[in-house]
Design a binder for this molecule. Structure first.
Ligand code: OGA
Ligand code: NI
Length: 364
């Protein structure tokens, strides 16, 4: 049941990419034989287990930002965005302009992919020395606990980073849905980038000027039901290595949790909204004014959950470090060292997902 490497291709530069990850079984396939089982490799250490339904802070809500107000440069909404980035590192956006149909098509394409017979999905399987494709990433040891999740990661922008050997091209509508969704999300991310540029003391084009064309990658997550959601994690606690991430989650099923002031809170879905979170690269560029926040996903007994995380990232060769506008008397001294983005990403993929361990490495 191991994901078979269809063809251990020896393409130019392979092995020198973003990283690698040990191949692991598909949890969904494992459950086909016994839907009640919770294999040992997935049972978290007691200290890491989620406390299901003990969410005492239900009333606390991730801030909601009305994107149409940002477009009008509404000062109050911009202030809300600044506070959300400072105090939460997370916000949900409504009125973002991505047509519902495009989100519905994207979700349907993802569902159709995960519904394919395992043999078909395996044609898109990632190799051990790749991070794109169907399988799992961030597995660096045979002993490590595994996440209750199957995933599919595809690079989507710039165009030349698309590697269609990982795309299920025979699945009707999949390519079109991903192309349309990624294009629309790029429009939203350009607006977020413009707003963050201004909030970090530059003009709207500040980040673009400094970082060049952004990269975009899409991670589709499939979390099967679990007979013991109290023992497993859908995704282990981590912060994202991106500038920021836009998450399209299921309209009804809770799963995403964020660590807010040391407490795990549910990020309850708002239908048709997008959840945005600050990634490590903005934490570094903002000199720590905006922090990437630990988050995780939990599983449930009743219904499988799917989500689509779109990561917006600098180019591989770009140096990231605190922006000049963020290093002054007001923001104290520089708190992070400069690092080439690809080096940051490589060290990220070389470790298990582990809370904020990655940003600690570049802290001064
Ligand atoms: C991710 C992620 C959360 C979710 O893919 O990086 O944090 O709810 N996903 O699926
Ligand atoms: Ni994440």
């Amino acid at each position: 049941m191991e994901l078979k490497v269809v063809k251990a291709s020896v393409e130019k530069g392979e092995g020198l990419g973003w990283g690698k990850s040990l191949l692991v079984p598909s949890i969904r396939e494992t459950l086909k034989n016994d839907s009640q089982s919770v294999p040992e490799r997935y049972i978290q250490e007691p200290k890491d287990r989620p406390l299901i339904s003990q969410n005492l802070f239900d009333s606390l809500q991730v801030p909601v930002i009305d994107f149409s107000m940002l477009a009008q440069k509404d000062a109050n909404e911009i202030r809300k965005l600044d506070l959300a980035c400072k105090e939460w590192g997370f916000f949900q956006i409504i009125n973002h302009g991505v047509r519902e149909e495009i989100m519905v098509n994207m979700k349907a394409a993802m569902a159709a992919f995960f519904e394919l017979p395992f043999q078909e999905k395996s044609k898109c399987a990632k190799a051990a020395n790749e991070i794109q494709g169907y399988g799992q990433n961030f597995v660096v040891s045979e002993k490590q606990k595994l996440d209750w999740c199957d995933m599919m990661f595809l690079k989507t922008f710039p165009h030349e980073t698309r590697n269609f050997k990982f795309w299920p091209l025979t699945l009707p509508g999949f390519k079109e849905a991903v192309e349309e969704y990624s294009t629309e999300i790029r429009k939203v991310s350009n607006k977020i980038d413009a707003n963050l540029s201004v909030l970090m003391g530059m003009d709207e084009n500040g980040l673009k000027r400094k970082l060049g064309e952004f990269q975009q990658g899409i991670r589709m997550n499939y979390y099967p039901t679990c007979s013991r959601p109290d023992l497993v994690l859908g995704i282990s606690p981590h912060s994202d290595g991106s500038l920021f991430t836009l998450l399209l989650q299921d309209d009804e099923i809770n799963g995403l949790q964020i660590k807010h002031k040391e407490v795990w809170l549910d990020a309850k879905p708002i239908p048709n909204s997008l959840v945005v979170n600050i990634g490590d690269a903005i934490e570094i560029l903002s000199n720590g004014m905006y922090k990437s926040i630990e988050h995780r996903a939990i599983s449930n007994e009743k219904k499988p959950r799917m989500s689509i995380a779109t990561f917006v990232m600098p180019g591989d060769e770009v140096q990231i470090g605190p922006l000049d506008s963020m290093v002054n008397e007001k923001h104290l001294r520089r708190s992070y060292r400069n690092i080439k983005y690809i080096d940051y990403i490589r060290q990220k993929f070389a470790m298990k997902m582990q809370g904020k361990a990655h940003t600690a490495i570049v802290k001064l």
